[in-house]
Design a binder for this molecule. Structure first.
Ligand SMILES: [Zn+2]
Length: 135
């Protein structure tokens, strides 16, 4: 299997910012833990895409059930893809997407396919969040 290029510290910081934005968007009023029911704070777990309750350790994975779930493509590339998709009114080719994002043809295809799917699925938890970026 080809080795995935590691993100630089700066890129990782950007990823964390996007993850934080998605977490805050999906859980805007998370002052009480859904598990232990106590007033708490959630902290991101280092190197993982999850947040845990500082009291009971209950973890929340903001990306599960979203189009980013289990994707190894960085969020920055996903969001760039949304912008490109928007700018071309969805007419961006797989080839152009591949070049712009610096990903494989397979990844470019999957990203485009998932963007199309998301834009036709208002039930997706990130529909409004991402649609806002597309317009
Ligand atoms: Zn808790």
């Amino acid at each position: 299997m080809p080795c995935k290029p590691k993100l630089s510290l700066k890129e990782q910081a950007v990823e964390n910012q996007y993850l934080e934005a998605i977490f805050r968007y999906l859980y805007p009023n998370l002052k009480t833990c859904p598990k232990c029911r106590k007033k708490t704070k959630f902290h991101k777990v280092r190197k993982l895409k999850i947040y845990t309750c500082q009291r009971c350790g209950h973890s929340i994975s903001p990306l599960s059930n979203t189009i980013f779930h289990k994707s190894s493509t960085p969020l920055a590339k996903w969001l760039k893809a949304f912008d490109l998709y928007s700018k071309t009114n969805g007419k961006i080719t797989i080839h152009a997407l591949k070049k712009e994002l610096g990903v494989t043809q397979k990844t470019a295809w999957r990203v485009k396919h998932k963007i199309q799917k998301l834009l036709s699925d208002k039930d997706d938890p990130l529909y409004d969040f991402l649609k806002g970026r597309v317009i």
